[in-house]
Structures are given as C-alpha cells and as structure tokens.
Design a protein around this ligand. Structure first.
Ligand SMILES: Nc1ncnc2c1ncn2[C@@H]1O[C@H](COP(=O)(O)OP(=O)(O)O)[C@@H](O)[C@H]1O
Ligand SMILES: [Mg+2]
Length: 251
C-alpha cells in the first residue's frame, strides 16, 4: 500500500533519515521502533507532506505522492496523529473530532453541531455521524459532549485517534499513541488499534515502547540514527543481534 524508497532527510549536520526503505502492506499493523531521535517522526512528516525529503520517493498504491501538499495526501487517504498532539480546548470532544474532516467543511460542521438536528445539511449530519462512529471506535462515545479541556491525558490521546479516523483513512499513522500512559491504558490503546485494523484500516504505529509494539505489530521496522537496521516479525526482531546491541543496549 505504501512504499518508501531511499528516503533521506537532514537538518543541518543531523541526518534524521538515511536512505530508508519501508513497505507497508495492506491490512497490517506495522510497528516502527527506535530510540528517541532515530527518525520516526521525521518519517511520518515526510510521508504526510509536512517535510520535503532530500532524496527518495513515497508511493501510495503505486502512485507517487512525494512532496505532495499535506491536504492532498490527507485526501488520498493517509491520516495521522501527532506526538503529544493538542486538542482545541474551547470545543467539545465531538467538535474536535468533527474538525478532523479537514476538507473545508469540518469547521462548518462544528457550527452545525450547535444547531438543532433538523436544520443540519445532509453533509453536516454525515460528518456528525462519522465523528460519533470514530469516537465509538476509540471508546469515547460517552464523552462526546464534554469539553476537550476537561479530558485527562489518555482521553486526549484517544480523541486524537478519533480525529484522524473521521477522515476515513485507508492508512492511519500513529505517532507515539501511548506515550505517558500506564500499563492498563496501553493495553486499551492496543485494543483500539486492533479494532481499527479490523475495520479495514492499515495502521503504522511509531513508538519507542518495544514491549507494546512487539505485542501489537505484524511486522516491525527498527530505526537507529536514521537508518533501518532491522525488519521482520516481532519474534525475529526480539533476537536480532543488531537490534539488541544498537537499540535495547541503549535503553
Ligand atoms: N525540524 C527539525 N529541525 C531540526 N532537527 C530536527 C527537526 N526534526 C527532527 N530533528 C532531528 O532529527 C532527528 C530525528 O528526530 P525525530 O524524527 O523526531 O526522531 P524520533 O521521532 O525517532 O524521536 C533528531 O536528532 C532530531 O533532533
Ligand atoms: Mg518522535
């Protein structure tokens, strides 16, 4: 579904990505691990058009999308969350999720949420229903009308996932979706990610949490200092000498 070939990106003297190849197959939960600073977020930023790579290509379903504008890439079916991403505090949970539609109609739909149902347009109703479905998938249906500012950290992270899902992506990129969470909360996030995959969305999860990604992923790619040092099923990654030395040794 997604093919990243020879991707490189530097920031001054820092080579954040160095000739990285990754292929994401449809229907997978694909984990990307690596210590802090290994280039995981930079990879997402290049794939979603927020950064222009220095070299390499990115193709979605065989069509090159390298350096397309972010909104074009979003419209082609790639949605993401941000590491420690923020919600709009003056809006409800539902409004935050609806604004993720991000096609120019999202904000109008937020206004519509304040009106009575019978004056909503069909399009607005559709966005509302999609947002409720996305919230349900994230286990937050009952929190739809709460203020975003009243949520605890874990709930905010889950709303971010719902906000990405409302765009009905075929490929969902999650950047550290369980950062700052306890064991029980991490398990909940894993369950949600599995549910998302079962609904037909291909998922790429970036994390420095080895244990979580080993549990969750069908396939794992390991980055270290901007280079891919290993790739395979979790069992093979766990025993890979390069991974043990370069990554686990650094913990
Ligand atoms: N916008 C930027 N400007 C300068 N350096 C950056 C920028 N983004 C990332 N970097 C650097 O690139 C490297 C990789 O960062 P990042 O992709 O955020 O790693 P990770 O997500 O794996 O923790 C780090 O050394 C980081 O400091
Ligand atoms: Mg990061």
């Amino acid at each position: 579904m997604l093919r990243v070939s020879g991707l490189s990106k530097s920031f001054g003297a820092i080579q954040a990505l160095n000739n990285v190849d990754v292929e994401i197959a449809r229907g997978m939960i694909h984990g990307i691990i690596g210590p802090n600073g290994s280039g995981k977020t930079t990879l997402f930023n290049c794939v979603t058009g927020l950064l222009r790579p220095d070299a390499g290509t990115i193709a979605l379903d065989g069509m090159e999308i390298t350096s397309n504008r972010p909104e074009i890439i979003a419209r082609k079916g790639i949605r993401r969350t941000f590491q420690a991403g923020k919600l709009v505090p003056g809006m409800t949970v539902l409004e935050n999720v609806m604004s993720g539609v991000n096609d120019g109609i999202g904000m109008a739909a937020v206004d519509a949420a304040l009106r009575l149902p019978f004056v909503r347009s069909r399009r607005e109703t559709e966005i509302h229903d999609r947002a409720m479905a996305a919230l349900a998938m994230a286990g937050l249906e009952a929190s739809a009308d709460r203020w975003a500012s009243d949520l605890v950290w874990t709930e905010r992270q889950l709303v971010q996932i719902a906000r990405a899902l409302v765009g009905e992506p075929k490929l969902l990129l999650l950047d550290e979706p369980a950062s700052g969470m306890g064991v029980r909360e991490i398990e909940k996030v894993e369950e949600i990610i599995r549910t998302v995959r079962e609904s037909g969305v291909t998922v790429v999860v970036v994390s420095h949490d080895v244990k979580m990604l080993m549990n969750l992923s069908d396939l794992v790619t390991v980055l270290n200092f901007g280079e891919k040092i290993a790739e395979g099923v979790p069992a093979s990654i766990r025993t890979n000498p390069r991974v043990l030395e370069a990554y686990l040794g650094a913990e």
